[in-house]
Design a protein around this ligand. Structure first.
Ligand code: IMP
Length: 429
C-alpha cells in the first residue's frame, strides 16, 4: 500500500471497518475525510468488538497516526465519549496519535434537534431516514457559512460567542415550530468542557497529510457510508450530505489528487441499504429475511434492521467507474453459504426499456425492475477458507462474475467478521 483511498461501493455498511483495519497493518497515516458519527465502523480483534463512529479505524495500530480531516463533521461531545471509551479499554488516545483538522466543522446540539425536526416534518414518502445525528444541518451551516469550526475550540470566548449567536437563531426556529428551545447556559457548559478536552488534538492537518505524502509515507483514506449515499452522485435526495466518493478524499483532507495511487472499493457479496430511498434489488420476502439474519444486518449506529437484496451489478459498476476502483474488497461472502442459487442483477427494466447504467433520476431508479442472472450456489461453508483457491468452485465463479461485471479486479475477500477471516487475492498473494 502506498497512498490509497478506500470507499464503499454500495449504500454503506459494506464492512469497510474490517478491511480498513486489515489494510492499516502497514499504514503510517489513516485519514477520515467525510461524514460524521452517522458512520459506524466495526472492528473485531480477537474476541473483542469495537464500533468506531468518528475516530479512524487505524487507531488500533501502534504505528499509525489518525487524522479527522476538514471534510468530516465532528460532534465534539460524541468524540470525547469515544476517546474516553477507548482509553478505558487500554488504548492510548493522545494528540500524538489523533489529530482533528482546524477546519473541521462541528456538529452542535441545535443541529441534532434540527435534524429530528426536519425528518418529523416530512411525509412518509419523503422521509430520508437520517441517523438524526445532526449531519445534514451541520453541512448546511458549512455551506451557509454559519458553521463553527474546530479551531474555535482553541479560543473559548470566540467559540462561546459563535455558539450563543447561532443558538439564538435556531431557538427562534424551534419556537416557531412549537419545539422546546435549548438552554444556552446548560449547552455551553457541556461544550466548554469538551472543547477544553479536545483543543490539544486540533492541528492544521493539511500540513500533516501533505508532508506525509511528500515524505512517501503510506496513507490510507478511510471513506464512510457508500457511493449511493454521496450527495452529488447518490440516489438524491435519499443520500447523506457529504461526498463519499474518491474525490472527497482530496477535498476532505487537503491532499492534492496527484498523490492518490490506488482506490480500493469495498462491496458486500450482496446488497443492503438502511434508511429510506430506492433499492432495486431489495428482497421483501423470506430470502431477504434469511440474508438479514445470516449477515446480522442491523445498523452499527442506530440498530435499525438493514434492507437486504441480491448483488446489483448496475449500481456497483457505475460506482466503480465514478470511484476509479482498482481493487475490490468483497465482504460477507460467507453469508451466501448454503444457498441453492445466487442471483445477480445485470440490468434494470425502466418503463419497458432495458437499462445497463444507473439512471441519474431517482424516480427512474424507483421504477427499476431488476433483470437477474442466476448462478448455482454453494453448500460448503467458506468461513475457514484462507485463499481464493480454497473457496468452493461455485463461490469462485460467483465472485469472478461480479468482479467482471463491475470491471475491477478482486484484491481482498472476507469470509467472516474476524481479522483473520480475510485474504488477499492474486497480486497480493
Ligand atoms: P444522515 O447521514 O444521518 O443524514 O442520513 C442520510 C441517509 O444516509 C440515511 O438514509 C441514513 O440511513 C444513511 N446513512 C448515513 N450514514 C450511514 C452509514 O454509515 N451506513 C449506512 N447508511 C448510512
Amino acid at each position: 500500500m502506498a497512498i490509497s483511498v478506500l470507499v464503499g461501493i454500495q449504500w454503506g455498511d459494506e464492512g469497510k471497518g474490517k478491511i480498513i483495519d486489515v489494510l492499516t497493518e502497514s499504514a503510517e497515516l489513516v485519514v477520515r475525510f467525510q461524514g460524521g458519527n452517522n458512520a459506524g465502523h466495526t472492528v473485531e480483534i480477537g474476541d473483542k468488538k469495537f464500533v468506531l463512529h468518528l475516530i479512524p479505524s487505524g487507531i488500533f495500530r501502534d504505528g499509525a497516526l489518525c487524522v479527522i480531516g476538514n471534510g468530516v463533521v465532528v460532534d465534539p461531545i460524541v468524540l470525547v465519549g469515544e476517546i474516553k471509551n477507548l482509553r478505558s479499554q487500554g488504548f492510548d488516545i493522545i494528540p500524538e496519535k489523533l489529530q482533528i483538522s482546524t477546519r473541521t466543522h462541528l456538529i452542535m446540539p441545535y443541529h441534532r434537534e434540527m435534524d429530528a425536526m426536519r425528518e418529523a416534518a416530512l411525509s412518509d414518502s419523503d422521509k430520508i431516514g437520517t441517523t438524526k445525528r445532526g449531519i445534514g444541518p451541520a453541512y448546511a451551516d458549512k455551506a451557509y457559512r454559519t458553521g463553527i469550526r474546530a479551531l474555535e475550540m482553541n479560543d473559548l470566548p470566540r467559540f462561546e460567542k459563535s455558539f450563543r449567536k447561532q443558538l439564538e437563531i435556531y431557538n427562534a426556529i424551534f419556537k416557531a415550530n412549537s419545539m422546546e428551545e435549548l438552554d444556552a447556559d446548560t449547552e455551553w457548559a457541556k461544550l466548554k468542557e469538551v472543547a477544553e478536552f479536545l483543543a490539544p488534538f486540533v492541528k492544521d492537518t493539511v500540513l500533516t497529510v501533505n508532508r506525509a505524502a511528500k515524505a512517501g509515507k503510506k496513507i490510507l483514506f478511510e471513506g464512510a457510508q457508500g457511493m449511493w449515499l454521496d450527495v452529488d452522485y447518490g440516489t438524491y435526495p435519499f443520500v447523506t450530505s457529504s461526498n463519499t466518493t474518491t474525490g472527497g478524499a482530496c477535498t476532505g483532507s487537503g491532499l492534492s489528487p496527484k498523490y492518490i495511487e490506488e482506490v480500493v472499493g469495498v462491496m458486500k457479496a450482496y446488497t443492503t441499504r438502511v434508511g429510506e430511498g430506492p433499492f432495486p434489488t431489495e428482497l421483501e420476502c423470506e430470502m431477504g429475511e434469511a440474508i438479514r439474519k445470516a449477515g446480522n444486518e442491523f445498523g452499527a449506529t442506530t440498530g435499525r434492521p438493514r434492507r437486504c437484496g441480491w448483488f446489483d451489478a448496475v449500481s456497483s459498476g457505475y460506482s466503480c467507474m465514478i470511484n476509479g476502483v482498482d481493487e475490490l474488497a468483497i465482504t460477507k461472502v460467507d453469508v451466501l453459504d448454503g444457498l441453492e442459487e445466487v442471483k445477480i442483477c445485470v440490468a434494470y427494466e425502466v418503463d419497458g426499456r432495458k437499462v445497463y447504467d444507473m439512471p441519474s433520476d431517482t424516480e427512474d431508479i424507483k421504477k427499476a425492475v431488476p433483470v437477474y442472472e442466476s448462478m448455482p450456489g454453494w453448500k460448503e461453508s467458506t468461513c475457514d477458507c484462507r485463499s481464493f483457491e480454497e473457496l468452493p468452485v461455485n463461490a469462485q465463479k460467483y465472485l469472478r462474475r461480479i468482479a467482471d461485471l463491475v470491471d475491477a479486479r478482486i484484491g481482498i475477500v472476507s469470509v467472516g467478521p474476524n481479522r483473520d477471516q480475510t485474504f488477499y487475492v492474486d497480486s497480493r498473494n
